[in-house]
Design a binder for this molecule. Structure first.
Ligand code: PMP
Length: 415
């Protein structure tokens, strides 16, 4: 039973979990025994409609048949070689084929590793030290990213993680999202190696870029000789098969990927312009290595997932599911609020009128959101246990599932 496992977990893990957002589930975290299509089946035998989807990777829902089959076939062939393999070539070709900025690829094991290495690469390539990031953007859990970060960092009220050295903090400068003037000021006055950003914020609720913001940042970085890094760990292969950069037609110098490209298995990737990527070892001297880099199971699950996206082009359908649901919720909420949706990502902010950056979003009524989360979970619907995370849909969220969800929302919001 979940509750017994939770009590045991509290004695085994810091805060009872292995990633902090998981501890926020109310009244206490449920333990999952199985994932199937749009559902999580808990240790208590409850079937729950899942809009968290592993925090983004599961664009085809849980355990999609063909991906599952391909993973099984790969298991029969072994799962760690320590040598190159055909499947890493195949997955890299798919990424280069779809993501406009991608000319060469380095596979790593998480989004965290991807941004950590992209930042090192930008510093090594430009010979500059400083990085410009945005308040509330989340780029994973390494030292250079844990400054004014979104997601669980902010949810737990941490501005700068303890343990990050002062010297590191001084190498990172922060602007508000959508504030081009700030970007220009910083680029002019500080010798910036790279600007890193989420092309659509997905770690502070969903906050889209204003018209011209991405293009403006791109122009400014090229004017001042800095690199532009799009962190597409969430948006890559979700907003479009070519990521946010295809959707907005702004091509960065480097892109970090993760989540969907591993089909639900651990993965990260750094990709971008050939001449920059050539600085990575062994071609260049910006070091990266990894025992598990390009691991065969993640490569296989990633290829199978992207093949499904190529063959079925399900974006219209996934986006429509999100649109129908987001619109219904938006109409049901009677107090002041804002709903932001882009593609298959959305979130509602309670008690605020206008949200264009993390400071606007900070003052939303998070307690009320959590209450809604808790009541929905009781009704069998799982939305993120934090206002700062994103609600996702997948190909498995069909009309029936969406309609059931709408009914549950009606009931909960009515109460
Ligand atoms: N970048 C972004 C935009 C993310 O959303 C995340 C994770 N949610 C990361 C980086 C870190 O990825 P991982 O959790 O795989 O380390």
């Amino acid at each position: 039973m979940s509750y017994e496992l939770w009590k045991e977990a509290l004695s085994l893990f810091a805060g009872g979990v292995n990633s902090p957002v998981r501890a926020l589930v109310r009244p206490s975290p449920f333990f999952t025994a199985k994932g199937e299509g749009p559902f999580l089946i808990t240790e208590d035998g409850k079937k729950i409609i899942d809009y968290v989807l592993g925090y983004g990777p599961l664009i085809l829902g849980h355990s999609p048949e063909r991906v599952k089959q391909k993973i099984k076939e790969q298991v029969d062939k072994g799962w760690l070689y320590g040598t190159p393999s055909r499947i890493e070539v195949e997955l890299a070709k798919k990424i280069i084929n779809h993501i406009p900025s991608a000319q060469k690829v380095r596979f790593v094991n998480s989004g965290t590793e991807a941004t950590m290495n992209a930042i090192r690469l930008a510093r090594g390539f430009t010979g500059r030290t400083k990085i410009l990031k945005f308040n509330g953007n989340y780029h994973g859990a390494h030292d250079y990213a844990l400054i004014e970060a979104g997601s669980a960092v902010s949810e737990y009220g941490i501005t700068i993680s303890k343990g990050v050295p002062e010297e590191v903090v001084r190498t990172v400068t922060v602007c508000e999202y959508n504030d081009l003037e700030c970007v220009e000021r910083r680029l002019k006055s500080e010798n910036i190696a790279a600007v890193i950003l989420e092309p659509v914020m997905g770690n502070y609720g969903v906050i889209p870029p204003e018209d011209g913001f991405l293009r403006g940042v791109k122009e400014l970085t090229s004017t001042y000789g800095s690199l532009l890094i799009f962190d597409e760990v969430i948006t890559g292969f979700r907003l479009d098969i070519g990521g946010a950069q295809s959707l907005f037609k702004v091509v960065p110098d480097l892109t970090t990927l993760g989540k969907i490209i591993g089909g639900g298995l651990p993965i990260g990737a750094i990709t971008g312009k050939r001449e920059i990527m050539e600085s990575i070892t062994p071609a260049g001297s910006v070091f990266n290595a990894g025992t598990f880099n390009a691991n065969p199971l993640s490569m296989t699950a990633g290829i199978a997932t992207i093949e499904e996206l190529e063959n079925k082009n399900p974006y219209t359908e996934i986006n429509r599911a999100a649109e129908v649901l987001a619109d219904e919720i938006d109409q049901m909420i009677k107090t002041e609020h804002v709903t932001h949706r882009i593609g298959s990502m959305f979130q509602f902010f309670l008690g605020v009128k206008d949200v264009k950056n993390a400071s606007d979003a900070k003052i939303t009524n998070r307690a009320l959101y959590l209450k809604i989360h808790e009541m929905l979970l009781k009704e069998g619907v799982f939305i993120p246990p934090s206002q700062l995370e994103t609600i996702f849909t997948s190909t498995s969220h069909n009309d029936e599932v969406i309609n059931i969800t709408i009914d549950k929302f009606k009931k909960v919001l009515g109460e």
